[in-house]
Design a protein around this ligand. Structure first.
Ligand SMILES: [Zn+2]
Length: 294
């Protein structure tokens, strides 16, 4: 595997093929960081600030459970200064990529180091305690790569940790006032960490990955739960088709609300500077409506 990838990197480097993630800009002295998923891309940008160029590997709007890096992605990762990934439970292709890395100066960071993975659930970013660990891991990698900006990275890390603490307590306060505690999700089972943290109940139409359609029986069961539980709102996810949520909504009269699992954001929202924290506050606004909270 390693040999094949190394050869591929060599051939494609010579061929100079089209890139899907931007390559290192040699005209400035910023460090070049590639992050696999939106949450860690966003944290790396916050911490790296003006002295890092950060690129997102999984293109906006792409379902990351189904993503695999292209040959040119492999080259760009190999040429970066820092490569940040969520973990081998989310990026199942990571081993092949890491085996093919020939750049000895590339700083590689598994941000899940130190987080607690429960029931094989890969959505570790949907827990604010994990977010703090992930942010610290990213800061550590940036400092290791670029020690002269240590104080700057540490200051940015502190600012981010304060924001994470702020949103964590906003969730705690709001959710403690909710009249309903049950989230019905017409998507895949992404919010296990969040509901566990805040003592909510949660049913999802699909499993840990959105690869299989729910069966008719699953749908009937969800419709029954909504009807019998007197549930007024059902949540849908950003990327997968909202078809499942629409079906339940039609059958039950429950209204639909977006609950973004942050696996990705639309390109224009990323371009307009929406952050992970912004999107999680939007989620909280919808949880407030959906669960009837103060
Ligand atoms: Zn997922």
């Amino acid at each position: 595997m390693k040999k094949i990838i190394t050869t591929l990197i060599l051939i494609l480097s010579l061929a100079g093929c089209a890139n899907s993630v931007p390559t290192k800009n040699i005209s400035n002295d910023k460090i070049f960081v590639i992050a696999t998923l939106f949450p860690i891309y966003d944290f790396a940008k916050s911490i790296g600030g003006d002295v890092a160029d950060v690129s997102l590997l999984v293109p906006p709007g792409t379902e990351p459970h189904e993503y695999e890096p292209s040959a040119s992605d492999l080259i760009n990762i190999n040429n970066a200064d820092v490569f940040v990934y969520t973990g081998d439970f989310m990026e199942k292709w990571i081993k092949g990529v890491l085996n093919g890395i020939t750049n000895k100066n590339l700083e590689i960071i598994d941000v899940s180091k130190g987080t607690k993975i429960v029931n094989g659930d890969p959505h570790i970013w949907l827990d604010f305690e994990h977010n703090k660990i992930m942010a610290k891991n990213i800061a550590e990698a940036l400092i290791k790569k670029n020690p002269k900006n240590k104080n700057y990275y540490e200051k940015n890390l502190q600012d981010l940790l304060i924001k994470i603490d702020g949103i964590d307590s906003a969730y705690k306060t709001t959710i403690s006032s909710c009249k309903t505690k049950k989230i019905v999700y017409g998507g895949h089972y992404a919010f296990g960490y969040l509901v566990r943290r805040f003592g909510l109940e949660y049913v999802a139409a699909q499993g840990l990955s959105p690869d299989s359609e729910p069966t008719a029986r699953d749908l009937i069961d969800l419709v029954d739960q909504v009807k019998n539980g007197n549930i007024k709102y059902i949540f849908y996810e950003e990327l997968s088709s909202p078809k499942v949520a629409e079906t339940i909504s039609k059958e039950t009269g429950a209204k639909m609300l977006l609950l973004n699992n942050l696996e990705s954001l639309p390109k224009d929202e990323i371009k307009n500077g929406k952050t992970f924290i912004d999107a999680m506050y939007e989620n909280l606004d919808n949880i407030k409506i959906g669960l009837d909270c103060k």
